[in-house]
Design a protein around this ligand. Structure first.
Ligand code: PGA
Length: 251
């Protein structure tokens, strides 16, 4: 069964007290949501333990924004998958374009991180998406197909039950320029085909594929109405509980 998900990527925003207050407000307002929509918040590492506490008793799931590509040891500044599960994370985002662009996140590293996350029992929200030059050169299908294959094709159909894909065109992130519902849908359908080619139609049909990039209450309905768009990975609009909840009620 395909799951509908709205996940909030807080990025490097909020202090711990601000994050706890936001999480509490989201948890409180999430009670009115239909049971088939899963809400996830992804605060910074420093917030995770406190936010986990704030979410107790609610159905809101907790995600990290990244994890280390090693299990443990002498990797100063890194955070391991076991540290994440130990504070109550159920998910981690991996391969966000900001990490690919600013921190040299490669597909090889993402394979390793995904492997470690799945072994630790974390679910993965894997981000893919083309940049503006690639879109303008007409290479968006090619880029997204390559990014999807480079990671997913190293795993099994069983593993994929714990992986969510987020299609985030880089030119739409934080820019206010949303992909049109038709532009997003054709890429989502392409990702589903890429999954089906290796793992079969059933696995592809069950996969949750999120859209991310300036998704907000005013455009979520149109995006989520597409057959292959199963929710959103929300940046800016996830920092306001009311906007985040409004997006989650847009199915
Ligand atoms: P945005 O970010 O909603 O602020 O565009 C989305 C994301 O990067 O996940």
């Amino acid at each position: 069964m395909r799951k509908y998900i709205v996940a909030g990527n807080w990025k490097m925003n909020t202090t711990v007290p601000e994050g706890v207050a936001l999480a509490k407000e989201v948890a409180q307002k999430a009670h009115s949501l239909p049971a088939n929509v899963e809400l996830i918040v992804a605060p910074p590492f420093t917030h995770l333990a406190c936010v986990a506490d704030a979410l107790k008793g609610s159905a809101v799931a907790l995600s990290a924004q990244n994890c280390a590509d090693h299990e443990k040891g002498a990797y100063t500044g890194e955070v391991s998958v076991k540290m994440l599960t130990s504070v109550g994370c159920q998910y981690t985002i991996l391969g966000h374009s900001e990490r690919r662009q600013y921190y040299g996140e490669t597909d090889e590293k993402l394979v390793e991180k995904t492997r470690l996350a799945l072994e630790a029992g974390l679910k993965v929200i894997l981000c893919v998406g083309e940049n503006l030059d690639e879109r303008e050169a007409g290479k968006h299908f090619e880029v997204v197909t390559a990014q999807t294959k480079a990671v997913l094709y190293n795993f099994t159909a069983e593993d994929l039950m714990h992986v969510v894909i987020a299609y985030e065109p880089v030119w739409a992130i934080g820019t206010g320029k949303t992909a049109t519902a038709a532009q997003a849908e054709e890429i989502h359908a392409c990702i589903r085909t890429v999954v089906a080619e290796k793992f079969g139609k059933e696995v592809a049909d069950d996969m949750t594929i999120l859209y991310g990039g300036s998704c907000k209450p005013s455009n979520a309905k149109e995006l989520f109405a597409e057959p292959d768009i199963d929710g959103g990975l929300i940046g800016g609009a996830a920092l306001k509980a009311d906007d985040f909840i409004a997006i989650a009620t847009s199915f």
